[in-house]
Design a protein around this ligand. Sequence first.
Ligand code: NAP
Length: 554
Amino acid sequence: FGLLMTNNKHIYDLVIIGAGFAGLYSLYKAKLAKLNVITVERASNVGGTWYWNRYPGARCDVESMQYSYQFSNELQEEWEWTEKYATQPEILRYANHVADRFKLRQNIKFNTEIKSAKFISGKNHWELINHENQLIETKFCIMATGCLSTLNKPKFKNLKDFKGEIYHTGNWPHHHVDLKDKKVGIIGTGSSAIQCIPEIANEVEHLYVFQRTPHYTVPAKNAPLKYLRGKSKKNMREPIGYDNDLFVEEVKYNYSSFRLKAQNSVAAMALPINQQSALDVSDKRRKKIFEDRWNKGGVPFIAAFEDLNFDRKANETAAKFVRDKIKSLVKDSHVAKLLTPDYPIGCKRLAVDSNYYEVYNKSNITLVDLKTNPLEEFYTKGITTSKKHYELDVVILATGFDAMTGTLFNIDIEGKNNIKLKDKWSEGPKNYLGLASSGFPNLFTISGPGSPSVLTNMIVSIEQHVNWIFDCINYMKKNNKKLIEASSDAEIEWYKHNQEVSIDHVRSSCSSWYIGANIKGKAKNFMPYVGGYSKYVEKCNEVSQNGYEGFILK
Ligand code: NAP
């Protein structure tokens, strides 16, 4: 740290925790605002989620032309994505490019983990302690710590006895992992596993997939992106789709209107939403619409009709379409049945895949149904279920994350009156607009619980949050305010609203990490704001235009 480290005389204006997409943009804005700022990051480089999740097959399933920053026209003009869905290495290159292009690295301290953050009321600032017990003092804190950054590692009996290799998809090694000709077991069938399984099935001797709950997935129909390379850009139109060779150029030509569509949407994504009800069209027409969406690929499938997320009967038409697809794609009817979910589609996050269902037709893959054949324990050579021993060289845990609050709770955050965030949120996170919690002045959470975050295109949501926070800091400066804190009434009202809008939403219709169901002992309530991105932004803007209504400024 040298000079950057506090020595009781030096107090930062702002410390940003995390150098993923949220942390990088926060740092960019802080430098622009000429704040005395430092970012601390536990990894040895930038990228956040894309630094850690480097398992085979990792990609973003938001289209690359949308999963990118829009704060700099030059950046979005110059960067060239190569595929419809970017791979993890490409996204990581992009994060590195942003860090270099905007000269952000000089303010980032890597390999530094914050262990605790305590608000000192008498001094009106935060004291952070890092892993080496060094003190960092700051007036403001931004928690850019990510929503999916603390691993869920279930406590499997005798896991430590296993003599083979163990990896978690969310903390994949940086060196090459050789799976060639090995017997590999993967536990979990969420989005990460669904990307990883088809990729590694080609390499391993045998792959055992340990499935507790089947997951819905739709084909990505990934493709390379095409560029005009100096040819005439005459006759450019609104971008209409990837099957059009001019798509990228059209997006670039009309980037602002393309971005505006995302800004005005529910998921911060320019999605072609069909405004019809699935129940207002004939069976034949409905099937054709689903088939077209399936063939085009990706999450637009769930926008095939406007009521799939709210009307259970409408939802069932989409669920049945996918169930029929599974039946037709997977040759072994018993395996097909095991892969078929029985809950509404879109409750657990819809996955996007490349040959997921098809991979089960290979002879070197076995689906182990943990519902009828529960995982009992590990032993030196593998996994024992109630029916069988599975001898394995490698086990991959694709068991997800302690989402949204896990990382915040791992930092011992203590606010006013010695209240710990972990205790305050023990029955669910009360976080006004997903941005700030009462009793924790000058501490902001980016894409925190109570904001649309993981239900949206994250980079768009991140930019909105960061812009709002820096407008707020600017307002405080102009109005000579030193402290901002959410009021307890406002956060409780927001929390209630958040729970209310989730009641009828498909996302509440099964157990998922959105409600903390994957972590034993975690409070069960809906964490991200499901009322829609554009409505959320309207509310944030209303709050700031009304002099930060619901916040107490001092
Ligand atoms: P996940 O969706 O939480 O899936 C975890 C899987 O592990 C589930 O199948 C779960 O089964 C299983 N599991 C957990 N504990 C288990 C246990 N004790 N025994 C057996 N099985 C167990 O995690 P993920 O796949 O890492 O995805 C998390 C989120 O990351 C996604 O929802 C998405 O938001 C994000 N993500 C995005 C992308 C992308 O953009 N391309 C890719 C990957 C991930 P149950 O369902 O029965 O709990």
